[in-house]
Design a protein around this ligand. Structure first.
Ligand code: RRO
Length: 325
C-alpha cells in the first residue's frame, strides 16, 4: 500500500512530514526526521537573521495538545537555505542503493520562511529565487507569537498586497502556511485571495493563536511569554484543522494542493485529513511528544485502515468525504 504523494511535481515517498516548528531548528533535528518514515522534512520558519526567540519556558505539552510561544527561534534563512540546497545536490547524485537509503536521498525539504515584516519576506524570497534551490518554499502567514505583530493571514487585503509583490519576482513553487479560520466569510475571503495567485499549496492550520493554559494548583500560567498566552496545537485543534482543509478543498482550484496539519495523533487522524482533501499531512504536537518514531506508527496505523477498507493508494479516498444530503 503506497503512502506516496506529490506537490507541485515534487515527490514525497510518504505523505507525512513534521510540521514547521517541531524537530527542525538544527540540521541534527532535520536529519532525525529524514531518517524516520517521514516522507520529507520542513525547516523551522526562518527570519533573515538568526533569532533566540522568546524567554523560556515557552512550550508545554497539555493533556490533549500543546501550547507554545516560541517567538520564532531560528538560525536564520542562510542556514536552512544551505541545508535545502545541499539536500537537493545530494538528490541529484548517482549513489549506491544502500547510501541512497541511508541518506534518505530523495526525501524533499520544505523551506519555511516567516519574516516579521513584508519587507523581510520579500527579501528572503528574493534570496531563495536567486539560489539554486528549486523545491517547495512555504511562506508562513500565521505566526501567532511575535509580540506586536498581527497574523497576516487574518488580513486578506494584506495577503493580496504581499502576494502581489511576491509574484512580481518569485517563480518557484510557493505554499502558504495559514492560520485557522472560523467563519464562512473567512473561508470565502482567503480562498478568493489565494485563488488570484499561482500558489502551489496551502498548509492549514497553524496553531490556534493565543490560547491560555493554566495550572490550578499553583494558580499560574504554563509559559512565560505574553502573560501565558500561546498557540494551541494537538488533539484539541483537530476539528478546526479538518474544517479548514475541507473548506479550502471545496473552494480552491483542484491544482492547488493542500497540506493538512492539526491534531494528528493516530493513523485514523491522517485518514480523516486525507478524506477532507489533504494531499499531504504534517505532525507537530505528537512528533514533539513521541519523537520521529511517530511516523512509523502512523504509517502502520494508516495502512491497516486502508487495507481494511480495500484502498491501495491515497487517491482512492482523498477528498471523498460524504455529507448528509
Ligand atoms: O515560533 C513560533 O512561536 C511559532 C510560529 Br513562527 C508559528 O508559525 N506557529 C507557532 O505555533 N509558533
Amino acid at each position: 500500500i503506497s503512502l506516496a504523494t506529490e506537490i507541485a511535481g515534487i515527490a514525497f515517498p510518504n505523505l507525512m512530514t513534521n510540521a514547521a516548528g517541531v524537530s527542525c531548528e538544527t540540521t541534527q533535528e532535520l536529519n532525525a526526521v529524514l531518517a524516520s518514515e517521514a516522507g520529507g522534512v520542513t525547516t523551522k520558519s526562518a527570519t533573515p537573521v538568526a533569532r533566540p526567540g522568546n524567554p523560556t519556558p515557552r512550550q508545554e505539552l497539555l493533556p490533549l495538545g500543546s501550547i507554545n510561544s516560541m517567538g520564532l527561534p531560528n538560525r536564520g534563512l542562510g542556514y536552512y537555505l544551505a541545508y535545502a540546497t545541499q539536500r537537493q545536490a545530494l538528490a541529484g547524485q548517482d549513489l549506491p542503493a544502500e547510501v541512497a537509503a541511508e541518506t534518505a536521498q530523495h526525501k524533499p525539504v520544505i523551506l519555511s520562511v516567516s519574516g516579521l515584516s513584508i519587507e523581510d519576506n520579500l527579501a528572503m524570497l528574493k534570496d531563495i529565487q536567486q539560489s539554486p534551490f528549486t523545491g517547495l518554499t512555504e511562506l508562513n502567514l500565521s505566526c501567532p507569537n511575535v509580540v506586536g505583530k498581527a497574523q497576516l493571514g487574518y488580513d486578506f487585503e494584506a495577503v493580496v498586497a504581499t502576494l502581489t509583490e511576491v509574484f512580481s519576482h518569485f517563480t518557484k513553487p510557493l505554499g502558504l502556511k495559514l492560520p485557522p479560520y472560523f467563519d464562512f466569510f473567512q473561508f470565502d475571503g482567503i480562498a478568493e485571495a489565494v485563488g488570484r495567485f499561482p500558489i502551489a499549496y496551502v498548509n492549514m492550520i497553524n496553531s490556534i493563536g493565543n490560547g491560555l493554559a493554566i495550572d490550578a494548583e499553583t494558580e499560574t500560567v504554563l509559559i512565560k511569554p505574553k502573560g501565558g498566552f500561546g498557540g494551541i496545537g494537538g488533539e484539541l485543534v483537530k476539528p478546526t484543522a479538518l474544517a479548514n482543509v475541507r473548506a479550502m478543498r471545496l473552494r480552491l482550484h483542484p491544482d492547488i494542493k493542500i497540506i493538512g496539519t492539526g491534531g494528528i495523533r493516530t493513523g485514523q487522524d491522517v485518514f480523516e485529513h486525507v478524506l477532507c482533501g489533504a494531499d499531504a499531512v504534517q505532525v507537530g504536537t505528537e512528533l514533539w511528544r513521541e519523537g520521529p518514531g511517530v511516523f512509523k506508527r502512523l504509517s502502520e496505523e494508516l495502512r491497516a485502515i486502508m487495507k481494511e477498507k480495500g484502498y491501495g493508494s491515497l487517491d482512492d479516498f482523498r477528498g471523498k468525504l460524504k455529507t448528509m444530503g
